[in-house]
Design a protein around this ligand. Structure first.
Ligand SMILES: *[C@@H]1O[C@H](CO)[C@@H](O)[C@H](O)[C@H]1NC(C)=O
Ligand SMILES: *[C@@H]1O[C@H](CO)[C@@H](O)[C@H](O)[C@H]1NC(C)=O
Ligand SMILES: *[C@@H]1O[C@H](CO)[C@@H](O)[C@H](O)[C@H]1NC(C)=O
Ligand SMILES: *[C@@H]1O[C@H](CO)[C@@H](O)[C@H](O)[C@H]1NC(C)=O
Ligand SMILES: CC(=O)N[C@H]1CO[C@H](CO)[C@@H](O)[C@@H]1O
Length: 837
């Protein structure tokens, strides 16, 4: 008996030895009894592939992250009610374990509402059809399903022992998501829903804290957290909770028809430093790696297939410089302050207009943040007996209250130019065969072609009809115009969106699309009718279901009318077609036949491949581009559609949707509050021409590419490209704060070295192979086009070559000690452009 008892006791206590206790107080998350300053970043597992995860997570760790945050996407995991899917890109457990293997923590945002520019906010469509359901409010059918799924995810995590309380990496979980932004629309039912959600989550007993973001009334013990471009002014709703920032938007998402977002790293670094300056201790980048909206996963409507987000790691998994590197330096600087940050509250005071200092001082530790929030003027301030220069819109970080290790506006990190190199321009065999004989094709019928069509009087809302099984819904009608001699007329269509193609008597008469700010359409399409019978076939399509806003789930799509023929009988008569008997077809014939896999007997490879032919399926075989660089397909030349590689959808393509000419500027001034429309690039150009094909989806040869083209295009223009690093650059001034590594050194002599220029090849198996440019003095220009200024040391090139060539990384002191003094009295800098191979 006694022996059994001991064994039992051991069994009970053995796991406890590996458990991590996660709690919080008013300053910070408390992990195993110690307050922690934590830097987190979002990576959504289905927006990359399991093969990419280890590298993305490793690059996150090297960038200074402690935590990886992800949503859980309900509609991926439960496509049909009660049927779960956790395979491949959906393997949430594997993702969490991969993070754990890298030694990082996880913040699991279960939601289950995700937003995330994800189709229908992450809700499965079947939820919409549960009788009596109302989403995200005090509604029994909804609460039952939400609780069931949340508990399911918690159970899976518990079974795998993934909560920190069980020895796993998950230190935080989120319930609901940004509900506080819209809860007023739900009235008192919204209030009781949030109380219910908090209780429900807490009762699942994960052993780690729960958070609600953007929820000012989050019930205890749930921590309410901030999302936004800046969160320094945020305070939690109780003085027992820490100040946490769960979404700091590192950039912004791209829409079809929109310009490309760009958030300068000087501003992002400023926002991060301001947050820690004003008492924050947990900060998450949304996104750290954005990735790709494969398949039909993008929300919207009109969210593009690329979800790059201008994040520190780009869509393809390549670090984006100098964003990644500068933030890494910011993280190091903040971590040097950690002892002071967790020891005490900041004392914040003004040093003059728009000048603010925060001091964390107790006992022997002291850290200070000096901020100049002026949007225009640089300032010099006196602090603690010394004087400090502060550029406009910047924060200097002083981990010892004396020495500046980093100013957010001064970038020491290298920048890099990566660009797409088109494979078809190369001579080698790793390219897509572009001769038209290699393409086969088949036509998608115009109008009703499937057996399961249905007829109804009046116009049907699209989402209710298709249940989102397809983007496409045909609305078909035959009308007789017996006494009309045939005429020029206008077909007027009102639609809830998102886009439509109108066919009259089998011919494409016009295409219309809404945009991210106005999905609804009121289309006037000039058409020609014949005397007698006319066939009108309207192909209505969704471009990602809405994911945000109060009652977004009931917004609807499709041609709800009216549909009117204007100007019949020589201009004076109208004919309203809305209440006629329409015939409907959900989805395409080619979808039913499974053409996306490339199989089927229907492919035609004998006759010439048709160009500019609407509703055409195309297929080709190709060899994978050589090497290991990330692969993209350039769809320039095509119209709009979806593409599949070896049966896997790489997403919707739409290279013909061009952004407006307005709204971009040549010079982006990072100073002053950022908004998603500031500093955009690529105005007047297609929003997205390049589409990511994950390497792991490719075989060396015999790959199948299938396209469904809606509007008409020329597939022979399609090319493959690989993303390659062209140049690595850095430009560091003598007046920059010293490199943190040097400052952090124990040796007094090294600390005095001052600023240094650091170069590092992003790939572990690459070394610096050449120095294209090096100038110490007053060099000018930017990466890729540096040139010598009036003053330059003639030794710079050979010194940099000697220090760098053959190594993965190198560091060169930016001082006269290294280069001599080519021009006394002037502030000098060192600019270098290098290549890696
Ligand atoms: C800073 O201190 C210096 C001398 O210690 C003094 O000359 C200067 O006026 C001070 N500047 C400000 C802005 O107070
Ligand atoms: C969207 O479309 C509406 C109406 O067609 C137009 O007024 C608006 O400028 C468009 N917005 C964008 C962002 O393109
Ligand atoms: C979908 O159908 C339901 C039930 O018939 C109806 O209440 C709802 O309004 C419809 N939704 C839309 C967006 O039309
Ligand atoms: C349309 O009607 C107006 C009067 O209602 C008439 O004056 C005009 O001639 C008509 N136009 C045609 C083309 O029949
Ligand atoms: C949800 C949220 O916090 N939104 C904020 C994002 O940042 C912009 C710019 O600072 C604010 O205007 C929003 O309120």
């Amino acid at each position: 008996m006694r022996a059994t008892k001991i064994v039992l006791l051991l069994l009970l206590f053995f796991p406890a030895m590996f458990c991590t206790n996660v709690d919080y107080d008013h300053r910070a998350l408390v992990i195993d009894g110690k307050r922690r300053v934590l830097i987190s970043g979002s990576i959504h597992y289905p927006r990359s592939t399991p093969q990419m995860w280890p590298d993305l997570i490793q690059k996150s760790k090297e960038g200074g992250l402690d935590v990886i945050e992800t949503y859980v996407f309900w509609n991926l995991h439960e496509p049909l009610q009660g049927q779960y899917d956790f395979d491949g890109r959906r393997d949430l457990v594997k993702f969490v374990k991969t993070v754990a293997e890298a030694g990082l923590y996880v913040h699991l945002r279960i939601g289950p509402y995700a937003c995330a520019e994800w189709n229908y906010g992450g809700f499965p469509l079947w939820l919409h059809f549960i009788p009596g359901i109302k989403f995200r409010t005090d509604n029994e059918p909804f609460k039952t399903e939400m609780q069931r799924f949340t508990a399911k995810i918690v159970d899976i995590m518990k079974q795998e022992k993934l909560f920190a309380s069980q020895g796993g990496p998950i230190i935080l979980s989120q319930i609901e998501n940004e509900y506080g932004n819209i809860d007023s629309a739900y009235g008192s039912a919204g209030k009781s829903y949030i109380k219910w959600a908090a209780n429900m989550a807490t009762s699942l007993d994960t052993g780690v804290p729960w958070v609600m973001c953007q929820q000012g009334d989050a019930p205890d013990p749930i921590i309410n957290t901030c999302n936004g471009f800046y969160c320094d002014q945020f305070t939690p709703n109780s003085n027992t909770k820490p100040k946490m920032w769960t979404e700091n938007w590192s950039g912004w998402f791209l829409s079809f028809g929109g310009a490309v977002p760009y958030r300068p790293v000087e501003d992002l670094a400023f926002a991060v430093a301001r947050f820690f300056q004003r008492g924050g201790t947990f900060q998450n980048y949304y996104m750290y790696h954005g990735g790709t909206n494969f398949g039909r996963t993008s929300g919207g409507p009109f969210i593009a297939t690329s979800y790059d987000y201008d994040a520190p790691i780009d869509e393809y998994g390549i670090i984006r410089q100098p964003k990644w590197g500068h933030l890494k330096d910011v993280h190091k600087a903040i971590k040097l302050c950690e002892d002071a940050l967790i020891a005490t509250d900041p004392k914040i005071s003004s040093l003059g207009p728009n000048l603010e200092v925060a001091v964390y001082k107790t006992g022997s530790v002291c850290a200070a943040f000096l901020a100049n929030v002026d949007t225009k003027s640089d300032k010099t301030v006196n602090f603690s007996g010394s004087s400090y220069h502060l550029p406009a819109w910047s924060v200097s970080i002083l981990p010892d209250c004396k020495n500046v290790v980093l100013n957010t506006a001064k970038i020491n990190s290298a920048s890099a130019i990566s660009s797409f190199v088109t494979e078809s321009s190369k001579e080698d065999i790793g390219s897509l065969e572009t001769s038209s004989s290699k393409w086969s094709w088949t036509s998608e019928p115009v109008g009703i072609s499937k057996d399961d069509s249905l007829s109804k009087t009046g116009l049907l809302e699209q989402i209710n009809t298709t249940a989102d099984k397809s983007d496409y819904l045909w609305y078909s009608l035959s009308i007789g115009l017996e006494d009309d001699p045939g005429s020029q007329t206008v077909l007027n269509i009102e639609s809830l969106g998102h886009a439509l193609h109108a066919f009259v008597n089998g011919k494409l008469a016009g295409s219309r699309a809404g945009n991210s700010s106005k999905a609804k359409l009121n289309a006037d399409i000039p058409i020609t009718l014949v005397s007698g019978k006319n066939k009108i076939d309207l192909l209505s399509l969704t471009v990602g279901l809405k994911n945000y806003g109060a009652f977004f789930d009931t917004r609807g799509a499709g041609i709800t009318g009216p549909v009117i023929l204007k100007g019949l009988k020589n201009g004076n008569n109208t004919l309203d077609l809305s209440s006629q008997k329409w015939t409907y077809q959900i989805g395409l014939k080619g979808e039913e036949l499974g053409l996306s896999s490339g199989s089927s007997e229907l492919w035609n490879s004998q006759s010439a491949v048709p160009k500019d032919q609407p509703l055409t399926w195309y297929k080709t075989n190709f060899d994978a581009p050589s090497g290991s660089n990330p692969v993209a397909i350039d769809f320039t030349g095509m119209g709009k559609g979806e593409a599949w590689v070896n049966g896997q959808s790489i997403g919707r393509y739409w290279p013909t949707y061009v952004s407006s000419n307005a709204g971009c500027t040549d010079s982006c001034n990072y100073r002053g509050p950022y908004t998603s429309s500031k500093c955009r690039t690529n105005c007047g150009k297609p929003s997205q021409t390049l589409y990511h094909v994950p390497r792991s989806w490719l075989k060396p040869n015999g790959n199948i590419l299938v396209l469904f083209e809606e509007k008409g295009g020329d597939p022979t223009q399609i090319s493959f490209a690989t993303k390659q690093l062209q140049s690595l650059c850095a430009h560091v001034s003598q007046s920059h704060p010293p490199q943190i590594d040097l400052w952090n050194s124990d040796k007094e002599s090294e600390r005095k070295i001052g600023p240094a220029l650091l170069l590092e090849c992003p790939d572990h198996n690459h070394v610096i192979s050449s120095i294209k440019f090096a100038s110490y003095g007053t060099p000018l220009g930017t990466c890729g086009s540096f040139y010598h200024g009036r003053c330059s040391s003639n030794k710079a090139l050979s010194i940099v070559q000697k220090a760098c060539i053959g190594s993965r990384s190198c560091s060169v002191g930016v001082s006269t000690d290294t280069f001599g003094d080519p021009c006394r009295g002037l502030t000098k800098s060192l600019a270098v452009e290098a290549t890696c191979a």
